[in-house]
Design a protein around this ligand. Structure first.
Ligand code: ATP
Length: 233
């Protein structure tokens, strides 16, 4: 479904991705592992169109995404849940969700919102609450809900469990699995490598802007390099 080939990206004169390639198949959960500063967020932003690549190709369903601005990539079915949630703090839960649906007809909104509230019942009673007053876990649910409002086929999830208590981490990752059961395709960046490998089909390891390892999650979880560098074993 998604094919990223030989992507290079720089901030000013500093190149931080040096020819990254990865594929995500329809209905897969693929996780991208790497230490701080490896370039995971940069790659997610290049795929969603927030940052331009300097080289390489991105194909989605066989068609190039590269030249499309971010909002048209959303229209094609690619939605990003950004690192640190980035909800619109003064706006209500409902208004945050509406912003995620900027490409859709008003008539579709009630159904799309009910889908989010069914997935995240904790948000249902907070429709008119300012997003900035929600707990970290609820803000993460809202960030995911906002992305789902665009009715994506590929969800780019950047560190959804960051800063959350273990019980909420489990809840968020259970939701990722539930979304996949509904047919969603997911590219997941997650610091909690053990949990990410447990739910993902495949994984890529990014180190200082290069993919250094890739494979089935189950086999990477047993790879000594992954165990030592990312699982602390
Ligand atoms: P983290 O887990 O800390 O979020 P990451 O793997 O997502 O790390 P990136 O945030 O993509 O890594 O950063 C990759 C490199 O690019 C790092 O060296 C970082 O310092 C640098 N970088 C990130 N954003 C910018 C920016 N806006 N301007 C300049 N350099 C940046």
């Amino acid at each position: 479904m998604l094919s990223v080939a030989d992507i290079t990206c720089r901030y000013g004169r500093i190149e931080v991705l040096h020819g990254v390639s990865l594929d995500v198949g329809r209905g897969e959960i693929v996780t991208l592992i790497g230490s701080n500063g490896a370039g995971k967020t940069t790659l997610m932003r290049v795929i969603s169109g927030i940052l331009p690549q300097t080289k390489g190709r991105i194909l989605f369903d066989g068609a190039p995404l590269d030249r499309l601005p971010a909002h048209l990539r959303v229209a094609r079915g690619v939605a990003q849940v950004p690192e640190a949630r980035q909800v619109f703090a003064p706006l209500s839960v409902e208004d945050n969700l509406k912003l995620g649906a900027f490409r859709r007809h008003a008539a579709d909104l009630p159904h799309a919102m009910e889908r989010v509230y069914t997935l995240f019942p904790a948000l249902a009673g907070k429709r008119h609450t300012a997003a900035g007053t929600l707990s970290g876990g609820q803000q993460q649910m809202l960030a995911m809900g906002r992305a789902l409002m665009s009715d994506p086929r590929l969800l780019l999830l950047d560190e959804p469990s960051m800063g959350l208590a273990p019980v909420l981490v489990d809840q968020i990752l259970d939701t990722v699995v539930a979304l996949r059961k509904e047919g969603m395709t997911i590219l997941l960046v997650e610091q909690n490598v053990n949990a990410a490998l447990a739910i993902a089909d495949r994984a890529y390891v990014l180190e200082t802007g290069r993919i250094v390892l890739s494979g089935e999650s189950a086999s990477l979880a047993h790879d000594p390099r992954v165990r030592e560098a990312y699982l602390g074993l």
